[in-house]
Structure formats: structure tokens, C-alpha cells
Design a protein around this ligand. Structure first.
Ligand SMILES: NC(=O)c1ccc[n+]([C@@H]2O[C@H](COP(=O)([O-])OP(=O)(O)OC[C@H]3O[C@@H](n4cnc5c(N)ncnc54)[C@H](O)[C@@H]3O)[C@@H](O)[C@H]2O)c1
Length: 269
């Protein structure tokens, strides 16, 4: 007997899927058979992910919107649901990271930094989740997967605002699961370890990468496909009893007491 994951017939949206982890999740959802809406603020990047999916024989289309514009975000989700004839069955809220901000010491973070990171992470995830859930309630259910971070499970020096905003996603995931469960909607979250996306490569120097690897039980970073495989499992029927859970995929990094500080990000060093 073999076990396969078949998402054919499922209609999925992945936000921020023009690059990095979101792009890989979109590709793997399509490989499992889902029809995928690839969202990003960058049209060229979203289209290029769609092209790679179509080339493999999958089904996908691109949608462009700035998720920090509430009306544009909600409008994009409504458009995607329309294109799926009302059946949005899988939604991955992947947008996050730093936007135009950079990691830095707690004592140097100003209000713009705090508000910016809360918006980029928890506010976008919450507003997207609400719009997605409205469609899922109307069509009889679905799965929402929020992308959190391994940095929510331990102190994260120089990343205080980011980690706090991501920790809010963990709590939101539980509350959404309780409110939306009766409508047949599961809500789960993944917590990736450090993954070498374009954005991360820009802020990590080699010494910091070495320190992270040394502090990680499996002595390596997290790979893109590992997060995508986990996501495919969580949105599939194999995980049908799982809701309100945060699943860590970080090569064990959460077991070290504190993330090694990225001192290269300190304006004082
Ligand atoms: N890379 C890591 O090490 C890591 C670790 C833990 C958690 N995460 C989380 O994983 C998720 C993806 O991270 P990533 O490193 O792949 O990100 P990334 O920055 O590499 O890519 C994110 C994509 O989102 C798009 N995007 C950003 N802001 C947008 C907006 N306002 N509207 C529309 N599109 C927007 C970007 O254009 C980009 O294509 C984030 O939530 C991040 O916080 C990443």
C-alpha cells in the first residue's frame, strides 16, 4: 500500500508567492494537483512562478495586489474566489518578513518599525484570513495555513518586533480555529526555521549563518521544499484532524535557548 496526497479539485491561494517560501509552497500545491492562485505585489515574479507551474503540467494563475492596502487585499481575495467559482478551499497566508525595515537592537526600534512589522505580519494575515474565511463559510469549508516563524518559540535578539508580530499569528491561529471550526474550516500554522530566501541572504553574514547552524541540532538550515512538503500535508485530508496547531519545521533550532544574535544588523557594532 502506498499513501499519496491528492489535491486535485482543490482551489488554493498563496499570498506573497512570487519568491521564497511562498513560491515553493505554490509549486508543491500545484504538484499535488491543486489549482493555484499565485499572489504577489510583483507581477513579473508572480508570473514567473505561474510559468514554472504550467511548465510542469500544473494549473495556476497570477494575481497582483499590495497586501498592505486593505481594500486591495480583500478585493484580490474576492477576485480569486470568483475565478474559482466561489470555491476557495485552501489559503496560505505567507506574506511577512520585514518589508522596508531591518533587524536591530530593541533599544533602537522606533514606532514606525513596530507598526510596520505588526502590519506586514499580523495585520495582513488577519485581514486575509477573514476575507478567505468568508468565502470558505459560504462554500462549506476549507483550510487556512498561516506562516509564522521559529523565532516565536524562543528569544530572538535583534528581531523583537518581528518575533512579537509572528507570535501574535500563533495565537490568532488558535482563535481562528475555534471560531471557524464549526464551519468546517481548519486553521493551522507552520513555523519555519531560517531559510535562505533572497531577503534572508541580504541580512545574514557568513559568521551568523555559521552560528545558526552550530546552534541547530541537525546542523543545517531549513530547506524550501521541506516547508512546502509540510504545507501540502497540513492542507491535505491526511491532516484532517489537525487544527489550531503550530508545526515547527526548523531542523530543531527551537531547542537552542536563544537565537544567536545577528550582530551585523546592529547599527552600533
Ligand atoms: N526566510 C526565513 O528564514 C523565514 C523564517 C521564518 C519565517 N519566515 C516567514 O515565511 C514567509 C515567507 O518568507 P520569505 O523569506 O520567503 O519572504 P520573501 O521576502 O523572500 O518573499 C516574500 C514575497 O512576498 C511578497 N510581498 C511582500 N510584501 C508584500 C505585500 N505587501 N503585498 C504583496 N506581496 C508582498 C514579496 O514581493 C516576495 O515575493 C514570511 O511570512 C516570513 O516571515 C521566513
Amino acid at each position: 500500500m502506498s499513501i499519496t496526497i491528492d489535491l486535485s479539485g482543490e482551489c488554493a491561494l498563496v499570498t506573497g508567492a512570487g519568491a521564497g517560501i511562498g513560491a515553493e509552497i505554490a509549486r508543491w500545491l500545484a504538484r499535488a494537483g491543486a489549482h493555484v492562485a499565485v499572489h504577489d505585489i510583483r507581477e513579473k515574479e508572480a508570473s514567473s512562478v505561474v510559468t514554472s507551474i504550467l511548465r510542469e503540467g500544473g494549473r495556476a494563475f497570477a494575481v497582483v495586489a499590495n497586501a498592505r492596502d486593505d481594500a486591495a487585499l480583500t478585493g484580490m481575495i474576492d477576485d480569486v474566489a470568483d475565478r474559482f467559482r466561489g470555491r476557495l478551499t485552501i489559503a496560505v497566508n505567507n506574506i511577512g518578513m520585514y518589508g522596508e525595515f531591518s533587524p536591530g537592537p530593541f533599544t533602537e526600534l522606533d514606532g514606525d518599525h513596530w507598526r510596520g512589522l505588526l502590519e506586514q505580519n499580523i495585520v495582513i494575515t488577519a485581514l486575509a484570513g477573514a476575507a478567505e474565511a468568508r468565502h470558505m463559510i459560504a462554500s462549506g469549508g476549507g483550510v487556512i495555513l498561516n506562516v509564522s516563524s521559529g523565532e516565536t518559540t524562543r528569544p530572538a535578539p535583534f528581531m523583537s518586533a518581528y518575533a512579537a508580530a509572528k507570535a501574535a499569528i500563533n495565537h490568532l491561529t488558535q482563535t481562528m480555529a475555534v471560531e471557524l471550526g464549526p464551519y468546517g474550516i481548519r486553521v493551522v500554522a507552520i513555523a519555519p526555521g531560517t531559510t535562505m530566501t533572497e531577503t534572508v541572504v541580504e541580512v545574514l553574514d557568513q559568521d551568523h549563518v555559521d552560528a545558526l547552524v552550530d546552534a541547530t541540532p541537525l546542523r543545517r538550515m531549513t530547506e524550501f521544499d521541506e516547508l512546502a512538503r509540510l504545507s501540502v500535508f497540513l492542507v491535505s485530508d491526511l491532516a484532517r484532524c489537525i487544527t489550531g496547531q503550530l508545526i515547527l519545521a526548523d531542523a530543531g533550532a527551537h531547542l537552542s535557548r536563544s537565537r544567536p544574535a545577528n550582530r551585523s544588523a546592529s547599527k552600533n557594532d
